[in-house]
Design a binder for this molecule. Structure first.
Ligand code: NAG
Ligand code: NAG
Ligand code: NAG
Ligand code: NAG
Ligand code: NAG
Ligand code: NAG
Ligand code: NAG
Length: 656
């Protein structure tokens, strides 16, 4: 015992010493372009010397960036140095999707250590986020691009050249003293773990973690850079995929997050009857699928795990049902419990105290959810009968559903045959209540656009940033909860399921799933799902379109007295004559005229494309989210007192 304590103390002293002064990991903050975090602008200037050689990594892309020359041009390096670092010739084409070493000079400018590159915009759809994430693969962030370039994000035009501050860092005095000469900027990808990365570059995992101010329980995310401290120049061989599969990461459970008031607690909306039971079932399936998927990942050397946005819709190729219910039934409840227990386990007595013995006054809207307070932090506790538990040892995955606009399940308790789940608490309730049930203060235009943008971000995250990709399947305005600042949190993953990637055929085209169990909420379900049970991410896009329409019109998804569903009414509004008047009439009267008509029009058009009956006419969630970012940024610039001017001066070039 004494020994253990001593070790703990020594370790923590070491940790503190090692962590101090090194760089902060991005942890997906680069996705939140309109907020600044102190890690998004760049690595801080704390190097022992103000400039140094640093190594970037970059995945070659055919045909644009697949030679030392073209990559040097993009990243402002020199072709001959890239060639020699990778043991190839300057002009040799590099096979697509190969990790390439790019030596650059790194130096301090202002308070950040960076390497300057520049980029000339090529397409009208380029955005700061797109340049940072897609073109530069995460070597820079939208926030730092915005800070170092004078252009507004709506003023980006083809041919414009922007400065690109590429993240890099020089070893600190402490690192230099430990013999470290280079900090390599590694791009995290699906399936990576700090352990595997450390092994690959032959460094201690603890050194790697310390260099990025990470704990071994922290999660790393794809498309974010991680600094790898190296004593010698990296060799191209280290960049090849390891031959033996990396040991599976199974970090210890996260420490109870007591008193962290950054993460406000929110509860899962009072949704479908057995919401939480389904949540667990869905998560179990999700874990199961992701496990299978990970196994695949290790077998295939160059996995292409990006979900294709939609398969061609040919009913003949429909695959047999894999009903989530069937898969989970076979999981034994005891095995499942282990995973749940790696969430914060709560003592029943603590839950009783936090909910005032489950008093009626703490019950939320007659549901089985109770308001709770743990050490001053609010939470919601959902009571379910039965010993419900999760499968697998992959609690890590559960933690990966980590997005500020997605509700967080943080703990649980099993007591006398009941299961209690503890969630974040959303003080402002659900969107449906705020919109339709005579809320005291109606949501403003800005708040509505922010909510739409939050939800788009959450869905984009589920579709493109989780492994495996997830489909929510039951998005509606009662599953969108609002925190104290009216920021959205998507909740109720009761019907969510993983995109099944085992079905990929030779061309890598992703097959899609079909189910006989069509369940969902009236007014939000896409036609191909109702008719054929087809499940693709476009289901969420459709439901999202309906939510946009609710935000615009304040009407219910299930329609008006004449029994037309809300989504059926939008084409009438945007077609034919007098579009301007029809939009004004469509808009929520409680907005009065305090909204910019042109932006309302853009949002209505986006909504219309999302609820297109043809699955292929709908945008992907990434596209929808991009469009909404633009609408949001215009909205943030918009001053309600301009309302009249805007409506009079801006031409709306549609209609006739
Ligand atoms: C970054 O922000 C966190 C919390 O907001 C703070 O604790 C930390 O000191 C900041 N780091 C720097 C380098 O400013
Ligand atoms: C570079 O490649 C050549 C053959 O292409 C090989 O003989 C040589 O060993 C390689 N050098 C290094 C340092 O990997
Ligand atoms: C770094 O700078 C030195 C001197 O300015 C130059 O010789 C070298 O080529 C540069 N390296 C790269 C990778 O640009
Ligand atoms: C650098 O940081 C200091 C202290 O945080 C701040 O006062 C200063 O404005 C920063 N300089 C630049 C160029 O951002
Ligand atoms: C990089 O760009 C910044 C901003 O324009 C500038 O202050 C800095 O001097 C540049 N650094 C180098 C090494 O050119
Ligand atoms: C970010 O870039 C990666 C490739 O670098 C891509 O797979 C991913 O979809 C991008 N994310 C978004 C939201 O566009
Ligand atoms: C965008 O461009 C317009 C017209 O050229 C200009 O008036 C406006 O100031 C620009 N906005 C920003 C943020 O650069």
């Amino acid at each position: 015992m004494k020994m253990k304590l001593l070790t703990l103390m020594v370790v923590s002293v070491l940790l503190v010493a090692a962590v101090h002064g090194q760089q902060t990991y991005l942890a997906n903050k680069q996705l939140d372009c309109y907020n600044n975090y102190n890690s998004t602008d760049g690595y801080v200037c704390n190097g022992a010397s103000p400039s140094c050689i640093s190594y970037l990594t970059f995945r070659s892309i055919s045909p644009l960036y697949n030679s030392p020359t073209s990559i040097a041009y993009l990243l402002d390096s020199t072709p001959s140095e890239i060639a020699s670092a990778n043991n190839v010739t300057d002009v040799a084409p590099i096979p697509a999707d190969t990790l390439v070493l790019v030596p650059v000079n790194c130096s301090c400018s202002g308070n950040y250590s960076q390497h300057n590159a520049s980029y000339t915009l090529k397409t009208a759809s380029d955005t700061y986020f797109g340049v940072a994430n897609n073109t530069y693969q995460g070597l820079t962030t939208c926030q730092s691009l915005m800070h170092q370039n004078p252009y507004g994000d709506r003023n980006l035009t083809v041919g414009l050249t922007m400065e690109v501050p590429v993240r890099c860092a020089c070893p600190t005095a402490a690192q230099a003293a430990a013999g470290i000469n280079y900090l390599l900027v590694y791009l995290v990808t699906w399936g990576d773990s700090t352990e595997a990365i450390a092994q690959r570059f032959g460094v201690d995992e603890s050194t790697l973690l310390a260099a990025n101010d990470l704990l071994s329980t922290d999660i790393i995310y794809p498309f974010t850079p991680l600094l790898v401290p190296l004593k010698t120049k990296p060799s191209p061989l280290q960049l090849q995929l390891p031959t033996s599969p990396p040991p599976s990461p199974s970090p210890p459970p996260p420490p109870p997050s007591g008193g962290s008031s950054n993460n406000k607690w929110v509860f899962i909306g009072v949704g479908i009857g057995a919401g939480c039971l389904l949540l667990l079932t869905a998560l179990a399936v999700f874990l199961f699928l992701s496990k299978r998927r990970r196994r695949q990942l290790r077998q295939s050397p160059k996995p292409n795990l990006r979900p294709k946005s939609s398969g061609d819709y040919t009913p003949n190729s429909l695959l047999p049902t894999i009903a989530s219910d069937d898969t989970t039934k076979s999981w034994s409840s005891s095995g499942l419990k282990i995973a749940v227990e790696s969430l914060t386990p709560y003592k029943f007595q603590d839950l009783q105290r936090a909910t005032q013995f489950f008093s009626e006054s703490n019950r939320i809207n007659g549901s089985s959810v109770f308001r709770a307070t743990f050490d001053g932090d609010e939470a919601a506790v959902k009571v379910m009968t039965g010993d419900v538990a999760l499968s697998g040892d992959e609690i890590n995955i559960l933690k990966r559903i980590n997005h500020s606009n997605i509700i967080r399940l943080s703990g649980f308790c099993v007591h006398q045959g009941n299961t209690y789940l503890v969630y974040e608490f959303a003080p402002s309730g659900s969107l449906i209540d705020c919109l339709h049930k005579g809320a005291i203060s109606p949501l403003s235009w800005k708040q509505r656009v922010q909510i739409a943008s939050d939800v788009a971000g959450a869905l984009n995250y589920l579709h493109n940033f989780t492994e495996p990709p997830l489909i929510h399947k039951n998005l509606n305005s009662s599953n969108i909860l609002l925190d104290a600042n009216l920021r959205a949190k998507v909740a109720n993953f009761g019907l969510a399921r993983a995109v099944e990637l085992d079905n990929e055929d030779e061309d890598g085209e992703q097959g899609f799933q079909q189910t006989r169990h069509v369940v969902g909420t009236r007014g939000y379900m896409a036609p191909e799902y109702i008719e054929n049970g087809v499940i693709t991410p476009k289901l969420d896009v459709f439901a999202f379109g309906v939510v946009l329409l609710e935000l615009l019109s304040g009407r219910r998804a299930s329609g008006d007295e004449e029994h037309t569903l809300l989504y059926e009414s939008i084409s009438g509004v945007l077609e034919g004559d007098d579009v301007r008047d029809k939009i004004k009439e469509f808009m929520d009267p409680s907005l009065k005229s305090e909204y910019p008509l042109d932006l309302a029009f853009s949002m209505a058009q986006l909504a219309k494309s999302c609820v297109a009956l043809q699955i292929n006419s709908r945008p992907t969630m990434a596209q929808a989210s991009g469009t909404l970012s633009k609408i949001l940024s215009s909205t943030l610039d918009w001053d309600p007192s301009d309302a009249e001017d805007l409506r009079d001066s801006r031409s709306l070039n549609y209609g006739r």
